[in-house]
Write a protein that binds this ligand. Structure first.
Ligand code: ADP
Ligand code: MG
Length: 231
């Protein structure tokens, strides 16, 4: 049995519909989708140990089945540069979570590699009632949320279709490089689209998938947040 099948089985056994970020990222990794290195810590000293192992700077995030939008409640702190900052952020996040929902079940805190800022893209998937698994691509921030500048294809997608999805969004010139900004690694995005397509075809219990954002570099790309919802 693959890692992905095991994770999905466990989530269903627990009666959950929404995967925790570490679960979603483990599945991404299983399908060759690059994600930030991560560990789940259950106390603050372990969080500091993990931060040292991953290497500073790190990011801390709440891991709770009841918290889907982590930053909305102060559940994400980025760019922590040393042990003291990790301890402070750990305590602050736990405080924010308690204030938001005193009964929230907390699995732990996700300690992860801080991905350098870059052009952000979004890869999404939904299950269309008529066409089945469908893939979405857009650039992060206002491009998807406000301008609805997105491309869709029915899965499975071919490499050509994946390339078309990227080139057909209006914001594509931003990926090609401008004003001395180097071009983004388009092949890295194509590969993420193809691997996501395979994942949603092979696991049709996935109702929604959201890689938001994926940082794209001159060479390579990295998913910093992943959400998966099951039927
Ligand atoms: P939310 O559940 O609120 O969507 P995210 O995990 O997406 O939480 O974190 C919020 C924002 O923090 C992201 O959109 C991204 O800009 C930044 N961020 C999160 N994780 C990382 C990381 N590992 N490296 C760099 N930036 C990050
Ligand atoms: Mg996010």
């Amino acid at each position: 049995m693959t890692n992905t099948t095991e994770i999905l089985k466990e989530v269903m056994k627990e009666g959950r519909k929404s995967l925790l970020e570490p679960e979603a990222k483990a599945i991404c990794r299983d399908y060759g989708i690059p994600v930030t290195d991560f560990r789940v810590a259950v106390d603050e000293n372990t969080a500091v140990d993990y931060a040292g192992e991953i290497g500073y700077p790190v990011v801390l995030k709440i891991v709770s089945p009841e918290i889907i939008h982590k930053s909305d409640i102060g559940g994400v702190v980025i760019d922590l540069k040393d042990a003291k900052e990790v301890l402070n952020a750990y305590r602050q996040i736990m405080k924010n979570v308690k204030k938001h929902n005193p009964n929230a079940k907390t699995v732990g805190l996700l300690v992860q590699e801080m991905a350098p800022q870059s052009t952000e893209v979004i890869v999404g998937a939904t299950k269309d009632p008529q066409f089945g698994p469908t893939l979405m691509f857009g650039l992060g921030g206002i491009f998807v949320e406000i301008l609805k500048d997105v491309a869709f294809r029915i899965a499975p997608v071919t490499e050509n279709e994946a390339r078309e999805m990227i080139t057909e969004v209006k914001a594509f010139p931003l990926l090609k490089g401008y004003r001395g900004k180097p071009p983004a690694d388009i092949d890295a995005i194509v590969s993420i689209l193809l691997n996501t397509s395979t994942l949603i075809m092979e696991h049709q219990t996935i109702k929604e998938l959201d890689l938001n954002p994926v940082m794209v570099y001159e060479k390579g790309a990295k998913t910093v947040d992943a959400r998966i919802i099951l039927e």
